[in-house]
Design a protein around this ligand. Structure first.
Ligand code: ADP
Ligand code: ASP
Ligand code: MG
Length: 591
């Protein structure tokens, strides 16, 4: 007998008719011979309403009470759903997160799941009940109610599917599946039949709000196929598994975070330990930092910029201001009128010219790039907020995301075969909590060189020009970082394989001269990488790297973060010492 977990989002249970329609779907799955667990979100915009209410009685509502309040939304919908099923003549029982046995840590509003006991749910399923579980909530060890973060019902559903060994997890929502970008923003967005865990993890964490990124972490860790589909149609939707839709396309999807904020520390001394001093207090506040860039000034001082979600800006500034004073930084500034635009694709790791295509599209659309960071499977740029949508459209068009890839396999019929032999459960068993960090590997690439163009004018088209010229020479660029400018001038750094250095330098000189920029380089560099699941959303991972390297007095030259990998570039002579230090630092999280 199969076991299916179905999750219904807010819009899918927004009124009594929709609750009844969802109840019918659950019953149908049971009639088809499955045991059925249903995870439900709060009705419609209930969570937003509750937040508004809280702010009316307290402008800074205490986190514990907030979670107590928000969890009530899901309690309403599970009870109604169970009633609806029963009214149709079938057995159903509603359970809160605590009643299911979902244990979390105590980080209110961003709690992570530690464990889920399956005994009660299994018993109820054996009795023929449809089990209706409240999404988005759990309890900590002191029985406080916690919530998992906005959109967290997806995570409840996939986590339950993982521990129950479900055949698949169906996510019912208000769109037909996962599109190449948000179809409400770009009508030309294309519904994908398939998307891989890594790409979806990255897309979700970079703004594709259709799935909670932590749900994808569970899918990947425990090998749960996730099927995203519409509550309101019978279109097969999108399967999220290990397989990408295309093996030839460089870019799979695009996403933006409209509410991003930039923080810049000016004139920080450039020495080992600075990244740690700066980011540790931010991580302590559980803020996930992205787009970390620094440019080294001539006087041994650097400007360091990074981005955080809008909502975390105030807390991030609080954390940073004290550190800035301690480090003797020259100042801190920030801007929340910025958007982060990203493209994601497993294929870009193997192809040249991807960044160039993106920057060209942005240049043609007149978009000014404020910052750039890349990792193996994504490129992110920070742009002025008002240009965000135009930028998204330009990039979607440039990568022809509206067209189905030629090598896409035939569409699935909505049936998924779980790959039988997952040892993920065993792998995760030695972690303290099931949502803890899982590191797959720590690696050293000591064949890298860095090229920097300093003093490039901060205007549309410059990045395009540089990477176009490099592309024409067939130079494969690995990591790219553009710092946030000062007085209209930015610096652009990239790494290449050492054997391409001479060619890269020739090109860089040619481009730099008319721009009035200076070229410098470091021939002997090394890249240290830590690969795993949920690397960025676990706010402490980069910190652990910074800490291990600072202890070895190793200076960090460049950083790039993604959900699957964090890279730092260091001097080559520090490479093997750095590798050993990182292996030790992550020993307990290794698969
Ligand atoms: P639910 O309440 O069902 O969890 P959400 O609002 O959380 O629904 O997620 C669905 C929404 O996600 C869609 O209405 C769509 O606007 C948005 N979205 C953002 N990016 C994407 C994407 N790449 N594909 C599909 N939908 C997306
Ligand atoms: N109700 C919660 C929210 O609105 C959780 C969810 O819908 O996934 O964020
Ligand atoms: Mg959602």
């Amino acid at each position: 007998m199969g076991l299916i977990v179905q999750k219904f989002g807010g819009t899918s249970v927004a009124d009594p008719e929709k609750i009844q329609a969802a109840a019918r779907k659950a019953i149908r799955a049971q009639q088809q011979g499955n045991r059925v667990v249903v995870v439900v979100s709060a009705m419609g915009h209930q969570t937003d309403e509750l937040i508004r209410l809280a702010h009316q009685v307290n402008p800074r509502p205490p986190a514990r009470e907030m979670d107590m309040l928000l969890s009530t939304g899901e309690q309403v919908s599970v009870a109604l759903m169970a009633m609806a099923v029963q009214a149709m003549g079938y057995q159903a029982i509603s359970l809160t997160g605590a009643q299911v046995g979902i244990r979390t840590d105590s980080i209110f509003s961003k709690a992570r799941i530690r464990s889920i006991s399956t005994q009660r749910v299994q018993q109820l399923l054996n009795q023929g009940q449809i089990v209706i579980a409240a999404g988005f909530q759990g309890i900590d060890e002191n029985y406080n109610i916690t919530t998992l973060g906005r959109g967290g019902s997806d995570t409840t559903a996939v986590a339950l599917a993982a521990v129950l060994g479900a055949d698949q997890c169906e996510i019912y929502t208000d769109v037909d599946g996962v599109y190449t970008t948000d179809p409400r923003l770009l009508p030309e967005a294309r519904l994908m039949d398939y998307v891989s865990y890594d790409e979806m993890l990255e897309l979700a964490s970079l703004g594709a709000g259709v799935m909670h990124s932590r749900a994808i972490e569970f899918g990947k860790k425990f090998d749960v196929p996730i099927h995203v589909r519409s509550s309101f149609s019978d279109i097969p939707g999108t399967l999220i598994t290990t397989e990408p839709e295309s093996r030839t396309r460089p870019v799979t999807g695009a996403a933006w975070v409209r509410n991003e904020a930039r923080v810049t520390l000016r004139g920080v001394p450039d020495r080992p330990g600075v990244s740690l001093a700066l980011f540790a207090p931010i991580a302590q506040r559980n803020i996930a930092v992205d787009m970390i860039v620094q440019n080294v000034g001539a006087d041994g001082r650097a400007d360091i910029s990074f981005t955080v979600p809008h909502a975390d800006l105030e807390a991030a500034l609080e954390a940073v201001e004290q550190t800035a004073r301690e480090l003797g930084a020259q100042g801190v500034d920030s801007n929340n009128q910025v958007a982060k635009l990203s493209v994601v694709g497993l294929g870009m790791a193997r192809q040249t010219g991807v960044a160039r295509r993106m920057f060209q599209a942005l240049a043609q659309a007149g978009v000014n790039i404020l910052m750039i960071t890349t990792s193996e499977i994504k490129i992110s740029v920070l742009v002025p907020e008002e240009q965000g949508l135009a930028a998204l459209r330009a990039v979607h068009q440039a990568f022809r995301l509206h067209e189905k890839p030629e090598d896409a396999p035939p569409p699935h019929q909505g049936k998924v075969q779980r790959r039988g032999s997952s040892n993920a459960v065993a792998v995760v068993e030695h972690l303290r909590g099931m949502e803890d960090l899982l590191v797959e590997s720590v690696e050293l690439d000591d064949t890298q060189s860095r090229v920097t163009l300093a003093g490039v004018p901060d205007r549309p088209g410059v990045a395009a020009q540089v990477f176009d010229a490099l592309g024409q020479q067939g130079v494969f660029v690995d990591m790219i970082v553009q710092s946030f400018g000062r007085e209209g001038l930015a610096s652009l750094s990239f790494t290449v394989n050492q054997q391409d250095l001479a060619a890269a330098l020739r090109v860089a000189q040619q481009v730099a001269q008319p721009l009035g920029a200076r070229v410098s380089h470091a021939e002997q560099m090394a890249k240290l990488s830590v690969t795993g699941v949920g690397m960025r959303s676990h706010a402490g991972v980069a910190i652990r790297m910074f800490e291990a390297l600072a202890r070895q007095k190793i200076n960090i030259d460049m950083t790039s973060t993604s959900e699957v990998r964090i890279n730092v570039v260091v001097a080559r002579e520090d490479g093997s010492r750095g590798l050993a230090a990182l292996r030790e630092a992550f020993a307990d999280a290794m698969a």
